[in-house]
Each structure stands twice: as C-alpha cells, then as structure tokens.
Design a protein around this ligand. Structure first.
Ligand code: CA
Length: 245
C-alpha cells in the first residue's frame, strides 16, 4: 500500500467583492480537502459555505470511525451539510436562496474519493495530463453535455452561472456521485472556486506541476494570476501534492 508524503497549500482572496463567500478546508491530518463557494443575499453565502466547511470534515471523520465505506462517508457528509443549510435557509425568509457549492476530496491510503455539487471544480494533474474530476452543474454545461449548444457557446451563455445542483438547493434529491481514484506518487490535486477556475487554463496547471513548486507557492501564484487576469469574484484554491516517501 503506497503511503504518501502530503503537502498542502491554500489561499482564499476576497478580491473585489465586499465579502468573501468562499470557504475551504486543507486538512492533511484528516485527509479532507474542500472548497465551498457560497451564494445568497446579505451574509447568507458566507454562512452556507462556512457550514459546509464545518460539517463535512466532521461527518466524514465520524462516518469513517463507524467503519462506513469512504465513498458513502463522503455522501453522508454532503447530505448532512445540505440538510443543515436547508434548515438555516428556511429559518429566515431573506435567506431563501442560501446555498453553496462544495467540492470535496477524501484521501484514504492510495485512494482518493472525489465529489462535487455546483461549479467548483477538482483537477488531477498527473505528468502532462490535466483532468477535471468533477462536472459543472450549471445549466449551460448541462446543455453543452447533451449537445444542445457547443462548449464555446456554453462559455458565453447567460446560463453559465445558473446552478441546478448545490447544497441548500431544494431540488437536490439524489446523492451526489462519488468518483474513486487510484493515486500515484507525483499526483497533484487542485480544488478551486470558479473565481479561480474561470481564469486558469489547463496549461497553467501543467506548468505549475512541471515547475515543482511547493503547493503553497503554487496556490499563491494561481490566485495572483486569476486576480491579475481580471477575476472580480472571490478566488480560492487548495493544492495537494502526493509524493513518494
Ligand atoms: Ca464564485
């Protein structure tokens, strides 16, 4: 069983927004990594993403301690966070649309369990390959996936920011899909909010991996790059390096 030396880097920038509605977890002790991008009026977005960042790692840990299979532990955690955000949203009418995206990765030895709801992506960088591990739950991306519009049209579409799945969304009935992956030494995992991912290309990610930057340097560099390229949103990234001992 491969054991990895894990190094993490993370940064979240408010950018030009009045507040930061993104939250993240980069917990190399519990092996839980997460980015959540909250939405809603007033401080609702902040509350929603904070709830996700508090609840998800705790529930994952409790479930694993109870010998729940890791993929199921991830689903339970997302479900509990969803319920808590629904409850918090229903308690105040102004917060009706309170919600958050969540992209989560749980590492268990040489396995990674990845799940996402919303449009905060997870990427795996392995050598020259950059793979997005999650799908974006935006209406525009769904239309592109079923062939109604092209992916270029999706990028320009007025539906590109409209989510049909997120934590706190009343229509979210099925459990999120969990993707299991076999980790290899040298792999890099990157979780981001769309304030970063909309301004970063696969080439940027490839270059960062080839430069062998420390994850923290890499996280700082990517956030600066997104802000320099005009991101007006909150910008958040978590980078995890899995290397051989
Ligand atoms: Ca955002």
């Amino acid at each position: 069983m491969a054991d990895f030396v894990i190094r993490v880097g993370s940064r979240s920038a408010r950018g030009r927004r009045p507040n930061n509605e993104d939250s993240y977890v980069a917990d190399d002790k519990r092996h839980v990594f997460l980015v959540a991008d909250g939405m809603g009026g007033q401080d609702c977005g902040e509350r929603a993403s904070t709830l996700a960042a508090e609840i998800i790692p705790r529930v994952v840990q409790d479930q694993l301690a109870a010998h729940t299979e890791p993929g199921k532990a991830v689903q339970h955690a997302l479900h509990e966070a969803h319920q808590a955000i629904m409850t918090a949203g229903s308690q105040q009418s102004a917060a009706r649309r309170m919600g958050t995206t969540a992209v989560l990765a749980l590492q268990q030895e040489d396995q990674l369990f990845v799940a996402g709801v919303g449009d905060s992506p997870a990427y795996l960088i392995r050598g020259d390959r950059v793979d997005q591990l999650t799908i974006d739950h935006t209406v525009a991306d769904a239309l592109a996936r079923n062939g109604t519009i092209t992916s270029d049209q999706a990028r320009q579409s007025p539906w590109r920011n409209v989510l049909y799945r997120f934590l706190g969304c009343s229509e979210m009935t099925e459990d999120p899909e969990v993707r299991p992956l076999h980790l290899e030494a040298g792999d890099r995992l990157l979780l981001a909010s769309d304030g970063l991912s909309n301004f970063i290309s696969p080439d940027d990610l490839r270059a960062g991996a080839q430069e062998k930057l420390h994850p923290q340097e890499w996280a700082d560099k990517l956030v600066d790059l997104a802000l320099d390229r005009g991101s007006r949103d909150n910008v958040t990234v978590v980078v995890v390096a899995f290397d051989a001992e």
